[in-house]
Write a protein that binds this ligand. Sequence first.
Ligand SMILES: [Fe+2]
Length: 195
Amino acid sequence: MTFKLPELPFEKKDFKGFISAEGFDYHHGKHHAAYVNNLNAAVKDNNYSGLSLEDAVKLAHKEGNMTVFNNGSQHFNHSFFWNCMKPNGGGEPDGEIAKLIERDFGSFENFKSEFSTAAAKLFGAGWAYLALNEQGKIEIMKFSNAGSPFLENKSALLTIDVWEHAYYIDHRNARPNFINLFWDYVNWNFVNKQL
Ligand SMILES: [Fe+2]
């Protein structure tokens, strides 16, 4: 299987203050594209050829193939991340995710605060995720560098990229500003569809 860089599911100019068109040009067009290219080179003509993305990442994790693992996991994470935002998104969640957040975090405000803190305090590069575990509870997970909930048999619901490349163009070193603005663009419809 040849992996492909997905098109962004929105116009790049519609995330005022959060990510500029230039930010997307670099993050999607350079960083994400490089992960896809490196992954394709690393799965060529070997036992990873033909595997789905998740299967390739799981096998690489098991075998310690860090090139396939890092680039594959980053391809998954970025593809998922683009779907977690949309123009005119944000606000309070609705539907099933609203009920689960209320049940497992007490309130949306509390969840937002815990998720933002996890993302802000993650040391170095990585990802903060909201995921559904096998017991049906939702939980916040953190990953340094690459890594993803599916490796622990949990379903990804929402993520934010806190690698420096995600925010440096638009926010310089101010990671918390980037995280605060994320809440104005969260695609809760996409989150609900993952449940
Ligand atoms: Fe990134």
